[in-house]
Design a protein around this ligand. Structure first.
Ligand SMILES: [Zn+2]
Length: 318
């Protein structure tokens, strides 16, 4: 099943998710190190992954999720600790990472995001919110007219959350998946939470991306030398997730770039039906197959248009 990419930025529904779930562990919480838990979101419900980080007097949650996902995380956090959730970090503006912001605000937490999250919401809302409210009961139930931007923003300098013992840095490493991509980094524990700039599986959504700059962002993330990589979707792992994401992006750009240089027309690469990319003749190397799935026709089309029009895909209206 495909859904309308132009309205929903997190198309994690249907067969792709069903197939993937056979291997994944949705709705399970996993302790990464003392005081840091990773919760894998259920793709069938459109949920993103969440991370819960414990400080001396409070908890921090990475990503707001959709409202129904946020409720699960709130329940899980209560089981872990009686401490209040003080901050929730939106890794980017997409609904599955930020649409529960009003719920977190209501329960007393402060939402944080890169300034690009606010700007993306200004540019793309309320259209996506209204479309999501038509498709999702949990968004509709909030009875709001648009998305709630994060209350605290940061731009060039990383934002630091610390209680003197544990340190959590919020970084923007450039435009990859969206203009407001944020990474959460625990330097002492060497844990990196990547949002959707890095995913572990065939989940790369490229329509708001800067596909040309994306690899540079992943390389900047690699320079932090994380031991644990906690992606926006798919299971947790180590630095191999960064390497795989990077190899996938480079392969995609190389193969499509050669086709563009050779004068290949888009319709020879991608089959379009009713305005949607339904199939592609492009084949990527076997080594990146973990990242290749149903979105490949869209990813090929997005990469082709970005190269052809000489502008980041996220700035194009297709
Ligand atoms: Zn996303």
């Amino acid at each position: 099943m495909r859904i309308n990419r132009s309205i929903i930025a997190a198309p994690f529904l249907g067969l792709l998710a069903t197939a993937y779930l056979l291997e994944g562990a949705p709705d399970e919480i996993k302790k990464i190190v003392d005081g840091v838990w990773f919760r894998e979101g259920d793709l069938k419900k459109g949920h993103c992954n969440n991370i819960i980080i414990e400080f001396q007097d409070y908890l921090v949650v990475i990503d707001a999720n959709f409202p129904s996902g946020a409720e699960l995380v709130m329940a899980e956090a209560k089981k872990i600790s009686k401490k209040p959730i003080k901050y929730v970090f939106d890794t980017h503006h997409h609904g599955d990472h930020a649409y529960a912001n009003p719920l977190w605000t209501k329960m007393g937490a402060t939402t944080i995001g890169h300034i690009g999250v606010v700007n993306e919401m200004k540019a793309r809302e309320p259209e996506r919110w209204l479309a999501a409210a038509k498709e999702r009961k949990d968004v509709a139930a909030l009875n709001l007219k648009t998305a709630e931007p994060p209350k605290i923003t940061f731009s060039d300098k990383p934002y630091l959350i610390t209680d003197g013992k544990r340190k959590l840095e919020l970084h923007h490493l450039g435009w990859a998946h969206t203009k407001g991509d944020g990474f959460a980094w625990l330097p002492a524990e060497k844990i990196l939470c990547t949002g959707d700039a890095v995913v572990n599986g065939p989940f790369n959504y490229t329509a708001d991306g800067n596909i040309g700059n994306w690899p540079k962002v992943v390389e900047a993330a690699q320079k932090l030398k994380p031991m644990h990589v906690l992606p926006g979707h798919g299971p947790a792992g180590g630095p191999e997730i960064l390497a795989g994401e990077l190899a996938f992006l480079n392969d995609l750009r190389t193969v499509v770039g050669m086709a563009v240089k050779g004068g290949t027309k888009l319709d020879a690469l991608v089959t379009m039906k009713g305005g949607k990319a339904t199939a592609t003749s492009v084949k990527l190397s076997n080594s990146v197959k973990n990242w290749v799935g149903d979105f490949l026709p869209d990813q090929v089309r997005d990469t082709y248009e970005e190269l052809k029009q000489g502008k980041p895909r996220g700035d194009l209206k297709l």
